[in-house]
Write a protein of this length. Sequence first.
Length: 393
Amino acid sequence: MTGIDAREEALRAAVAAGLPGVVAGVTDASRTLWRAAAGVRSLDTGEPVASDAVIALHSATKAVTATAALQCVEDGLLDLDAPARTYLPAIGELEVLEAIDDDGTARTRPPVREITARMLLLHTSGLAYDMFDRRYAVLARARRARRSATPLRDGLHAPLLHEPGERWTYGISLDWLGLIVAELRGQRLEDVFRERIFAPCTMTSTSFELPPALHARLMTLHRRGLDGAMTATRGEPPAVPELDLGGQGLFSTVDDYLAFLRVWLGDGSAPGGRVLRPETIAWAVRGVPGLEVTPLPAAIPALTRAVEFLPGARKSWAYSFLVNDDDVPCGRRAGSLSWAGLANVFYWVDRATGVAAVWTTQSLPFFDPPAATAVADFERAVYRTFNGISGSQ
């Protein structure tokens, strides 16, 4: 079996296992080497999915926000260890959760330490996600009962689960960081991204907004029901998207996201100019010693299964990526960067081998076993055949 056959077979196997459609691609530091798609864009229509399909990145947005924040550090606009309220006073109003009353009211106290931008990048601020924490889920239900027109913005003001800097807790830290970047630049985050990241990387199909040309290529989100069957959702992206929350919200393509990952796979440069300095990349890719990345429990099973990336391997967190501190058997090398997005979007950047990859479907719940198995199979196929990649697209 040729290298291309192995990767394509991994995509076909994912569809055979019940995923509606899958798109994936592989790049080296200079160009996309391979991309392919399998399955359908929507189970309702049966239309085949194309390799240029538009996908919702969800938390894969975070790496772009982190890049924009590090640009602010390079430009002397952002001190990672200054109180974050220096740049955005509202974040200084957050308090630490002590208890939740029967009516869903949070009882809180002031923190003893300030939140910093470094804590936001490292997910040590104390901010969480409702899907991964039962206390946050209770508070989120109370917020939804109030039927706000701005639920994402309202969620920013949820209390901290612990003291800032105490430990790693995955959550909405990068949403706040996006607001800080927008404030420092005096622009919408969308415009910051477009000028300083998308244009240099020649990313032409990435945005918080979905103009008709992108919407026409959008993959449909599917959900797995209690009966185990996948069904297409009828929901549409928000008519008025949030343009400054950096933890989620971007739409993109596999090709565009690979172009962004090349910044991190290489020395920070891109075809249209430098995105980050080599020295910034060098320190930002290193995991923080002693920062334990813990499994993510499933507090809202309709959205996510319980998550543990690379079980048994030593892991740390960098700025702002998961780092595997051990080699993955038949896969990425130690020191690789990775993360994912809610609709089962996965990526990794293996600087030691010189390869980065994206694998995505658009389905819920996150870490659904067929998706988690399929992306692991795809990774093994990439490394089994990497030396034989021909560059065919």
